[in-house]
Design a protein. Structure first.
Length: 183
């Protein structure tokens, strides 16, 4: 069985996106050689990148225009999109998961292979977390307070316990935190 790992950059006040879609300027505060190296290390663990539709469309638009090691990784790796509305996936190596996202991801996790990673996609993650399908969160905590935006955690109906597995301080002031879900 594959693990499902959620990866994101988050502000100190819990936002992964500013007040408008793709408002990610605060990512620059943590980006540097260390986070690039960490991202490439993670890439070796990824069998499938999983996105919700909106995140997929933004990622596809961005990464298909980029070059370099991370762009090569993002463009070549297998991707899956949980969607009810998207009819066609244009980003290479992408398949659509139509219908019930929770059941589709349950089946994806049951397959053999490397881990499934979710980037962004907070709404999808909330559903997967509630269904008990998220195994680990890796969060790069950015030393920024936005005061508003799109929160990473949208589980207002119950408390989710997590167990700290690892920390990695970055020279930029960011900290990569790894938590096992259900700790």
């Amino acid at each position: 069985m594959r693990r499902l790992v959620a990866w994101n950059v988050m502000t100190l006040d819990g936002y992964f996106e500013g007040g408008s879609p793709w408002d990610l300027g605060f990512h620059e505060t943590v980006w540097g050689d260390e986070l690039q190296e960490f991202s490439l290390e993670q890439g070796k663990e990824i069998g499938t990148l999983l996105f919700g539709r909106r995140t997929y469309e933004g990622m596809a638009d961005y990464w298909t225009k980029e070059t370099g090691d991370i762009a090569d990784m993002m463009n070549s790796i297998e991707k899956a999109v949980a969607t009810r509305t998207l009819e066609e996936a244009t980003w290479n190596n992408t398949r659509l998961l139509k219908g019930d996202a929770v059941e589709a991801v349950r089946e994806l996790k049951a397959q053999e292979g490397k881990d499934v990673y979710v980037f962004g996609s907070a709404d999808l993650l909330a559903s997967l977390l509630k269904a008990g399908l998220v195994d680990e969160y890796r969060i790069c905590l950015a030393p920024v307070v936005l005061g508003g935006g799109n929160p990473l955690f949208k589980t207002r109906d119950r408390q989710i316990k997590m167990r700290l597995e690892d920390t990695r301080a970055l020279k930029t002031g960011g900290v990569v935190l790894t938590y096992a879900v259900g700790g």
